[in-house]
Design a binder for this molecule. Structure first.
Ligand code: AMP
Ligand code: ZN
Length: 466
């Protein structure tokens, strides 16, 4: 049984999607004002491993990750360079996807941009104005926290001591707010400012938090399964997303909240503002393989901090070299015909350990240990010449299963596994027997998307790769 530590309940919970076999997940994406650093990529790689493992478990996943392509930093930079915000962000968006590919993160299914969803944000803000959960002050619109009594349920921060006009301001803003905690949904900007949009409540631009409420609900519905992001987003960003979304819909926003811990360096959070960051490009420029970074980033479970050093990066690189080399040797070994059921059973046992570890709130370090155990066992068997031809295909198949989640063996990871294809074909046959032709066509299309062609013959269904 897959279990997650849900930040909302602060408990380890069994995972039950809202709707059968479908999982709808949202992860907060990058602010594209600069190259993402490897701390950012720790969060995105955690999101990738999460989506991959859900697919491994057979769920149909819709993975949405936004791009924040308007904020103060982007506006300031573009004004400095005298270019539009689109011109300012375009090269960083391209670079971001290049980096994602290089580090082996599969692209999300949908990657909406904030600037293309302002209409949806305006709609939510209008709903909040209409139902009294937002108010106007000096032309800007604020969320009224006193109108949402559950405020604080995610971060567990108690706000009693922080009354109107209190000295402990959480957020500094130049406008008058009813309550220090209230946050901006819409910021008034001058008509001459190009970084603004028309709204019924005035020319302005959206606050950061409203972006994620609008884009997640647009693509995943008012209530969806999983919302993830780095731990620094828990408060205020995610707390505010909940307030805005639930304040507008009256429904639960996201069922499971997962937060990834920091990548640290010299025991400080890696961040642009501290100037201690390395981008993926910096690391590759120093001669390291991007997959070594990937390995390092998920070698510690997502909910534990990880301290970055070049020493442990070197270690990660020699580990993936060893793993890739092992696979190659196994593929090329001259083996005797036959089957060694003992060995196969052991190897399947390791995969079982992997699943148990991943089911346990994605414990990637224990899951990786099972892969290393597999390699040790098979290496010993190779040395004793007890790996036989039929074992090889089974072991390679199991390595593919590991790699559909880890993505470290350096091959085209999007490729659908044979076993998955067979399973889908079976499901399609079943759908046709039940005269559910909608579903059967859907499966045919899904397979076509992955480059699998089906042929209905009198002897049954045959398939081939394009
Ligand atoms: P940003 O581009 O600043 O909006 O951040 C993108 C993502 O990176 C967010 O999910 C952050 O929580 C995450 N993030 C930022 N710094 C770190 C870090 N040092 N370690 C892990 N995740 C981080
Ligand atoms: Zn967000």
């Amino acid at each position: 049984m897959l279990r997650f530590h849900n930040t909302l309940s602060n408990q380890l919970e069994d995972f039950h999607p809202l709707n059968g076999n479908e999982v709808k997940m949202y992860i907060c994406g990058p602010t594209v004002w600069n190259f993402a650093h490897i701390g950012n990529f720790r969060s995105f790689t955690f999101g990738d491993i999460l989506a991959r493992y859900l697919r491994y478990k057979g769920y149909r996943v819709t993975h949405v990750m936004n791009l924040t392509d308007v904020d103060d930093r982007i506006i300031n930079e573009s004004a400095k360079k005298n270019i539009s915000i689109d011109e300012m962000t375009a090269p960083f968006i391209t670079a971001f996807w290049e980096d994602m590919d290089a580090i082996g993160n599969l692209r999300p299914d949908i990657a909406p941009r904030a600037t293309e969803h302002v209409a949806e944000m305006i709609e939510i803000i209008q709903t909040l104005l209409d139902n009294g959960k937002a108010y106007e002050s000096d032309g800007s619109i604020y969320f009224r926290i006193t109108a949402f009594p559950e405020y604080g349920k995610l971060s567990k921060i108690k706000f009693e001591g922080n009354k109107v006009g209190g000295s402990e301001r959480i957020d500094t803003d130049k406008y008058e707010k009813e309550d220090a905690r209230d946050f901006a949904l819409w910021k008034l900007v001058d008509k001459s400012d190009p970084a603004g949009w028309d709204a019924p409540f005035g020319y302005g631009r959206p606050g950061w938090h409203i972006e994620c409420s609008a884009m997640s609900m647009k693509y995943l519905g008012e209530t969806f399964d999983i919302h993830a992001g780095g731990i620094d987003l828990q408060f205020p960003h995610h707390e505010n997303e909940i307030a805005q979304s639930e304040g507008a819909t009256g429904k639960l926003f996201a069922k499971y909240w997962l937060h990834g811990e920091f990548l640290k360096i010299d025991n400080e959070k890696m961040s642009k503002s501290l100037g201690n960051e390395f981008t993926l490009r910096d690391i590759i420029g120093r001669g390291f393989k991007p997959l070594a970074i990937r390995y390092l980033l998920f070698s510690v479970p997502y909910d534990k901090q990880l301290n970055f050093t070049f020493e442990n990066l070197k270690g990660a690189e020699s580990t993936i070299d060893r793993l890739q080399d092992f696979k190659k040797r196994l593929q090329e070994a001259h083996l005797t015909d036959g089957i060694n059921t003992d060995l196969q059973e052991k190897v399947r046992g390791f995969l079982n350990d992997f699943e148990e570890a991943m089911d346990d709130n994605l414990n990637t370090s224990v899951a990786l240990a099972s892969l290393h155990n597999l390699v040790r066992e098979v290496n010993t068997a190779l040395a004793h010449e007890t790996v036989l031809t039929e074992d090889r295909s089974e072991i390679l198949h199991i390595i593919d299963k590991y790699d559909s989640v880890f993505g470290i063996f350096g091959e085209a990871k999007e490729e659908i596994l044979d076993a998955e294809i067979e399973k889908l074909i079976e499901e399609r046959q079943e759908a046709r027997r039940n005269r559910n032709f909608g579903r059967s066509d859907e499966i045919r299309d899904l397979l076509a998307e992955k480059g699998i062609i089906l042929e209905d013959t009198k002897d049954g269904v045959r398939w081939k790769r394009k």
